[in-house]
Design a protein around this ligand. Structure first.
Ligand SMILES: Cc1ncc(C[n+]2csc(CCOP(=O)(O)OP(=O)(O)O)c2C)c(N)n1
Ligand SMILES: [Mg+2]
Length: 327
């Protein structure tokens, strides 16, 4: 693919921003500044950056709990994302959702869902709404390999196909659902093949290559936008860290992980390829790296300095407020 220098720099910068942001989140977690679950996306960055580059502002996104990278790729304010991880009032959902529930309605980013597969019917529902309204928006629904074994996956694909809805089901196949390898839990190990059962085109792509992801996603988005119905894209990827914080990783060998880190790191690979093609200079890389480091440092400072939500607001946002103003 012919990649211009401006786009190449933007993609590199975004992937590195996601990586450095999460490395910082891991440090803050270890120090006890972030609580609850925290699922890192390290190793999978090219999927988010390639996929989101194929979307338009009118499109909608719904995703699972490993979503820091998706939120950042969509352009969510990283100060607000870091503050949300810290549970602070300045977080994107006021500190009430935490790592797994990042939302921004202006960006049409509808979470961050912790129930595996639970957001797939919502994706189909949003796509149904878009079709009824007659606009040209599409829905990008992201989930893991494990979610494709859940009943809601099948119901959602079926109805999306019956109603020819504008939704792209993007499976990030990172080879494991928690500690379970795909082949131990799924009779069909190529997730894209499951789409055939519902007459949905399924395709796979190298999820460590943002250009390949972008091209595949562009085709998928054009198909859905043209009213031809849903598509399933399977991005083959790998997480370089545990499922969540504190995973002893007994289900895979160190050698396997090292192999992916040495040969499949999406950021190193992209950088090398851009250098070889003389699209970005060493000086430009150095400038971007320094900027990203500063941006993440500032986000962490913002999160540290922000207040926790006030105690008296604890019961807000639980029920819709009544006419009397009482929760
Ligand atoms: C319905 C449901 N069952 C089980 C869990 C516990 N759980 C959390 S993450 C996860 C693994 C899902 O794996 P996958 O879909 O491949 O996503 P990944 O974490 O690899 O990105 C499980 C079983 C859950 N959150 N929801
Ligand atoms: Mg998985």
């Amino acid at each position: 693919m012919l990649l211009d220098s401006h786009t190449a720099r933007a993609w590199y910068r975004q992937m590195r921003l996601i990586r450095v942001f999460e490395e910082r989140a891991a440090q803050e977690y270890a120090k006890g500044h972030i609580g609850g679950f925290c699922h890192l996306y390290i190793g999978q960055e090219a999927v988010a950056v390639g996929a989101f580059a194929a979307l338009q502002p009118q499109d909608h996104i719904i995703t699972h709990y490993r979503e820091h990278g998706h939120a950042i790729a969509r352009g969510m304010d990283i100060n607000g994302v870091m503050a949300e991880l810290f549970g602070k009032a300045t977080g994107v959902t006021g500190g009430r959702g935490g790592s797994m529930h990042l939302v921004d309605k202006d960006l049409h980013f509808w979470g961050g869902h912790a129930i595996v597969g639970g957001h797939l019917p919502i994706a189909t529902g949003i796509a149904f709404g878009l079709k009824q309204q007659g606009g040209d928006g599409v829905v990008l629904c992201i989930f893991g390999d494990g979610a494709s074994n859940i009943g809601m996956f099948h119901e959602s694909l079926n109805l999306a196909a019956v109603w020819k809805l504008p939704v792209i089901f993007l499976c990030e196949n990172n080879r494991y659902g928690m500690g379970t390898a795909v082949a131990r839990a799924s009779a069909v190990t190529n997730i894209r093949d499951k789409a055939q059962a519902y007459n949905i085109p399924g395709t796979d792509v190298d999820g460590q290559d943002p250009e390949a992801v972008y091209e595949t996603m562009q085709n998928a988005v054009s198909h859905a936008r043209a009213g031809k119905g849903p598509v399933l894209v399977e991005a083959e990827t790998y997480r370089f860290v545990g499922h969540s914080m504190g995973d002893p990783e007994r289900y895979r060998t160190k050698e396997e992980r090292k192999e992916w880190q040495d040969h499949g790191d999406p950021i190193n690979r992209f950088r090398r390829s851009l250098e070889e093609r003389a699209i970005v200079t060493a000086e430009e890389f150095a400038g971007m790296d320094a900027e990203v480091d500063q941006q993440v440092e500032a986000a962490a400072r913002f999160a540290h300095e922000s207040p926790f939500p006030a105690g008296e607001t604890l019961h807000r946002h639980i029920y819709v407020e009544s006419a009397g103003g009482q929760p």
